[in-house]
Design a protein around this ligand. Structure first.
Ligand SMILES: Cc1cc2nc3c(=O)[nH]c(=O)nc-3n(C[C@H](O)[C@H](O)[C@H](O)COP(=O)(O)O)c2cc1C
Length: 375
């Protein structure tokens, strides 16, 4: 079916990406959630259960979607979540994504597990790159990653805290997911850890008869990570610290105590603990527990502009999108990422206009219907 020009929403983009990628193992890696994929499904469906109470007869002829995140202006409240191995989708990979972020006036968060290095991506960035950190058991490696991110011009450090081990992604286990020849964990080549195990190599510890990524993570990431370590990470650089993967108000408060300047409410796109709370519900709980202007972000299941309106109404400064960026890359490389971002931007703009708001600061919780008021 669809050429990129024919695609009118993210669901069509997803279908087109699936057809284009062909490779079932790579597709499954992108698409899957943990275990029964209940959280994956609920991330999306919980947006569908929230209803809007639009306000009429408001002048919405001038609309402004820009905002500030960590003091930096972005053209829209839609940021790019860190996703590993973007070259599985298209040769443009992470470099294609940063170029799209530049064109769209937004921020890209680069994964530790990128298939291009922080230096390569940093060289293309327009002051709009964040670096997502996974903490390796080897603290020297971890320190070096932070130093390199800073040197490459990253503007913030995003520490993902929901992955002491990899969630059980059954499709990846079945497929014995690993990277195809030619693709590596580019940020880790310096440390000699750029290859995922595969079931023939035998050169890595871990159970290579399952997901190669799960084996990699089990052998190298620090399962003993605690809040104490977050303090240590915070003082490794002067980069603002964001904590990604928080789902509870008490954890949010602790993150703030450790110096976090922002929190990304996330369940890793349903890929870690299955039946973990959908992120939009977690956001609502956390919002009430943090200072009014503290920057909260949310990701997971955002596929429509109206989802973004709802997340902002519940107190998010901006949202992040994961899979839709990968779909865009798969369909049309870097330009496909523009397509994903611009579809959402246009839908958000229209949702705002139809709700009677013309700037993000006018988006308040009273746009949403309380559950108790639904018949
Ligand atoms: C294929 C894939 C790879 C991911 N890799 C990472 C990663 O390396 N680091 C990380 O913090 N989160 C990672 N995530 C989680 C995303 O940052 C984000 O939380 C999630 O994708 C948001 O949900 P969405 O895909 O429904 O938009 C990954 C998600 C996907 C789908």
């Amino acid at each position: 079916m669809n050429t990129p020009e024919d695609i009118i929403n993210l669901f069509e983009l997803e279908q087109a990406a699936r057809t284009k990628m062909g490779n079932q193992t790579a597709w499954d890696y992108y698409a899957s959630g943990a275990m029964d994929e209940i959280t994956l499904r609920e991330n999306r469906q919980s947006y569908e259960r929230i209803f809007l109470r639009p306000r009429m007869l408001v002048d919405v002829s001038q609309r402004d979607l820009s905002t500030k995140v960590l003091g930096q202006k972005v053209d829209m409240p839609i940021l790019i979540a860190p996703t590993a191995f973007q070259k599985l989708a298209h040769a443009d990979g992470e470099l294609g994504t940063i170029k799209a972020a530049n064109r769209c006036g937004t921020i890209m968060c680069l994964s530790t597990l990128a298939t291009s290095s922080i230096e390569e991506v940093g060289a293309q960035a327009d002051n709009n790159l964040w670096f997502q950190l996974y903490v390796y058991k080897d603290r020297e490696i971890t320190k070096d990653l932070v130093a390199r991110a800073k040197a490459a011009g990253a503007k913030a450090l995003v520490v993902t805290v929901d992955s002491p081990l990899l969630g059980r992604r059954e499709r990846d286990i079945r497929n014995r997911f690993t990277l195809p020849k030619g693709l590596t964990v580019a940020n880790l080549s310096k440390a000699g850890l750029e290859n995922l195990p595969d079931d023939g190599s035998g050169n890595m510890p871990g159970n290579t008869k399952e997901s190669g990524l799960a084996a990699y993570i089990a052998s190298l990431y620090d399962e003993s990570l605690t809040w104490k370590d977050l303090n240590w990470i915070a003082q490794l650089s002067d980069l603002p610290l964001l904590v990604k993967g928080i789902l509870r108000a008490d954890d949010a408060k602790r993150a703030i105590k450790c110096g976090a300047e922002g929190i990304i409410v996330s369940n890793h796109g349903g890929r870690q603990l299955d039946t973990a709370i959908p992120t939009i519900s977690a956001l609502a709980m956390i919002k009430d527990a943090v200072p009014k202007d503290f920057e909260l972000f949310v990701d997971g299941g955002i596929r429509r502009g109206s989802d973004i309106l709802k997340a902002l109404a519940l107190g998010a400064r901006a949202v992040l999108i994961g899979r839709p960026v990968l779909w865009g890359l798969a369909v049309a490389g870097s330009e496909g990422v523009d397509l994903a971002l611009n579809l959402l931007r246009k839908e958000l703009d229209l949702s705002m206009a139809l709700s009677g708001v013309s700037s993000l600061k006018e988006i308040k919780r009273d746009l949403l219907v309380d559950r108790k008021d639904l018949i």
